[in-house]
Every structure is written in structure tokens, then in C-alpha cells.
Write a protein that binds this ligand. Structure first.
Ligand code: 5CU
Length: 380
């Protein structure tokens, strides 16, 4: 097909650099890595609250964490297998959310420098021609706001850093926290795009309690908890007027914006009918811009949604195919069977993109790579 000559760019692809693996390996509470007593067994990654299920032995909690999580060679191998020419790598959840404030900045600097150096080394090596690496930086969110701002400014001098990844808790009180004002101002003034990614999901009670989650594993937390977390976080930002105050602030939302594309109309309608808001005779300042305006001017969406209705809603809500970008979520969702071949999670997403936009090669090329090259300023 004509897409075969166009670059495929993966903007949703994670890693835990070796320094982060060693950080988690020293911990015994969530998030932590558990090394089973059998030295041939893969360590276990226990990062979600629901992973740490006391009814299970530690060696079967969470998920196995092998070298695909931390090896750049494995990342390149994965890219080659799937025809991906460029990956914009981000630290995976829960990032640095849990760090003591005193070490948060130095840890962020070390991880960001590490990623920058690996990308620089890769992109200048003749060995890896046709496989480019860039990264989203990580922020020391448990540190004082001035440290976060200083890292945002420093990242602008690292040429392979194309934005930052962030979870939904902000400084601990959510993304509608007025204490984030300086951080948002720094992100907007430096033109730093924020890749917003969930981690905390919803309490187990929302899914019927720990006994249900224990029997069905990651299905409910990842399929529903993650997207709803993103939806709630962005809706709170919108209601607090974050984009009224920072009209240049740009966010890229994981998993096609959670359920926001589907629910934006309800959000808009509820705002229009809310008596609390000054515009409707109340006392609270409501959002001044329409949610559609924000979606179409401040928000980009990834295409990691695995279904045609979801992808079509994302394109429609974003206003055009120009604001939607391909991702794989590697190394999460590996094949459960044999190693070495193409991943179901990647192929099913590509099938959805092709199916939702059949006959429209130009749009497919934009989602698969063109948009990322333009929006993030990638040199391939
Ligand atoms: O679906 C995803 O994006 C992920 C992720 O990033 N981290 C995780 O723990 N599971 C799934």
C-alpha cells in the first residue's frame, strides 16, 4: 500500500530505564519490583494498588517484567518487527510520583539525561539507520513547583526531548490544582506538550471490590479504570478553567482521551445547565471556552483505542485526523504466546486505523506518522 513508504511513528511507547528498575527493586510497597526466589523466574512488576493482592503469593502478583521494559535493543527489535521508524519514548507509570521531594529533581534530571543520551547515541549511529528515537521527559512532581519549572526549562535544551509525560495527580491534588499555575505557565511559554497518561484508575469498589478484580486481573482497571481516570482529570481541568487561563497549553491524551470524545457533548450540556456557574446566575466561575474549542485547539489524542467506534469518536472530537497519533503502548500488552512475532495489541490497532479510514491513504499516513512529525517537530 502507499502507506508503506511513509514513516510510522510510535508516540505511546514506554520504558523503565535501568536506574528506575533499580529504584523499584529496592522498594517493598507499591510501586515495587519483586524478585522471586527462583533466579530463573522474571521479576514481578507490582505498580497498581490492585496488583498487590495479599491473597496471592508475591511471585504471582502484578506482571512479569523482563528486559523489554528496559532494553533499548529490545525497543529497536520491536520497532523493526512492526515497521516503526521512530519512537517517542516515555517513562512508564507511576513515573516519579512516589519519590521523596528531596530526591525528585535529581532523579528526574538523571532519567531525562539518560533518555536524551540514548536517543542521541541511537540517532547518530549508522548501525540503527531507519530507527529514530526521541523522548518525552519526566517531571519531579513531588518536588516544589520551582524545581518542576526549572526542569521544564532545562528540557528545552535537550534536543531529543519532545515534551513531557505526566500522570493525573499533579502535585497531589489533581490537575485542577491552582498550585499548578506556574507549572502550566512554564509548559505553555516553552511550548512543551504534555503527554497525559493514567495510572491510578478507580477504586476496586467501583468494579465490585477486590474479589472481582482478583478474578479478572487487569481487565477492569486497564480497560475502564485508566480511561475514566483520564476523562475525569481532563474534565476537572476544563471546569477549573485551566485552558481559559493558559490558552496555549497543549496536552496529548493517552488512550484516545479515555471517554472524553464520547462524553464531551454531555459535559458541554451539563455546564450550560449548571446553576452554580456565574454565567447561569451562580457564584462559581465556570469554563469560558467550549469543550469542543479546547479539544480542537489544545488537545491531541493518541490512537491507542483498539476499536473503530472509539477511533472515529476521537477523530471527530479532535476536529480532524490531524490531531490523532499512532501509538503501541509497548512494552505493555505483550503476546501471551510465543515470542518473536508481531504483537496482537499493535496489529489490532493498525487494523482499526486502516478500517476506520479505508480508502483514505492520506489520513492513514497522518495518523501513523505524519501528525507526530509535524506536531512534535521530529527529524527522521
Ligand atoms: O495501557 C497502558 O497504557 C498501560 C500502561 O501504560 N501501564 C500499565 O501499567 N498498564 C497498561
Amino acid at each position: 500500500s502507499s502507506t508503506s513508504t511513509s514513516p510510522i511513528v510510535d508516540i505511546h511507547t514506554h520504558m523503565y530505564p535501568p536506574s528506575y528498575i533499580s529504584l523499584l527493586s529496592k522498594r517493598t510497597t507499591v510501586p515495587y519490583i519483586y524478585q522471586p526466589s527462583d533466579p530463573t523466574a522474571d521479576p514481578r512488576l507490582i505498580i497498581l494498588e490492585s496488583d498487590d493482592d495479599p491473597s496471592k503469593p508475591k511471585e504471582s502478583r502484578g506482571r512479569p517484567v523482563d528486559s523489554t521494559y528496559s532494553s533499548f535493543d529490545k525497543k529497536r527489535e520491536f520497532m523493526s518487527i512492526h515497521g516503526i521508524s521512530c519512537s517517542v519514548i516515555s517513562l512508564a507509570n507511576p513515573w516519579l510520583d512516589f519519590l521523596d521531594p528531596e530526591i525528585a529533581l535529581s532523579t528526574a534530571v538523571a532519567i531525562n539525561d539518560d533518555l536524551e543520551n540514548e536517543c542521541a547515541k541511537n540517532n547518530s549511529s549508522s548501525e540503527h539507520q531507519g530507527l529514530k528515537l526521541y523522548a518525552f521527559g519526566t517531571l519531579p512532581l513531588s518536588a516544589p513547583a520551582k524545581d518542576i519549572v526549572s526542569e521544564i526549562h532545562r528540557l528545552k535544551f535537550l534536543p531529543h526531548m519532545k515534551g513531557v509525560i505526566m500522570g493525573t495527580t499533579g502535585l497531589g491534588q489533581g490537575l485542577d490544582d491552582p498550585a499548578l499555575n506556574d507549572v502550566y505557565a512554564a509548559l505553555a511559554s516553552t511550548g512543551t506538550i504534555v503527554f497525559l497518561h493514567p495510572h491510578y484508575g478507580l477504586p476496586a469498589e467501583a468494579f465490585g471490590g477486590p474479589s472481582v478484580v482478583s478474578k479478572t486481573g487487569h481487565v477492569l482497571p486497564l480497560a475502564l479504570g485508566f480511561p475514566l481516570e483520564t476523562t475525569i482529570a481532563v474534565s476537572r481541568m476544563y471546569l477549573a478553567g485551566v485552558w481559559d487561563q493558559h490558552p496555549k497549553l497543549e496536552f496529548l491524551l493517552a488512550h484516545s482521551g479515555g471517554t472524553l470524545p464520547f462524553l464531551a457533548g454531555r459535559l458541554e450540556s451539563c455546564v450550560a445547565h449548571e446553576r452554580e456557574f456565574i454565567a447561569n446566575g451562580g457564584k462559581t466561575q465556570g469554563p469560558e471556552r467550549s469543550i469542543w474549542d479546547v479539544l480542537q485547539n489544545n488537545i491531541y489524542l493518541d490512537a491507542v483505542i483498539y476499536g473503530k467506534p472509539g477511533l472515529k469518536a476521537a477523530i471527530e472530537a479532535a476536529g480532524s485526523v490531524d490531531r490523532v497519533m499512532f501509538g503501541t503502548d509497548h512494552p505493555f500488552f505483550p503476546p501471551l504466546g510465543e515470542e518473536g512475532g508481531k504483537w496482537l495489541s499493535v496489529e489490532s490497532n493498525k487494523t482499526v486505523i486502516n478500517g476506520a479510514l479505508s480508502q483514505d491513504d492520506q489520513s492513514i499516513k497522518k495518523i501513523l506518522g505524519g501528525n507526530a512529525v509535524r506536531v512534535l517537530g521530529l527529524e527522521l
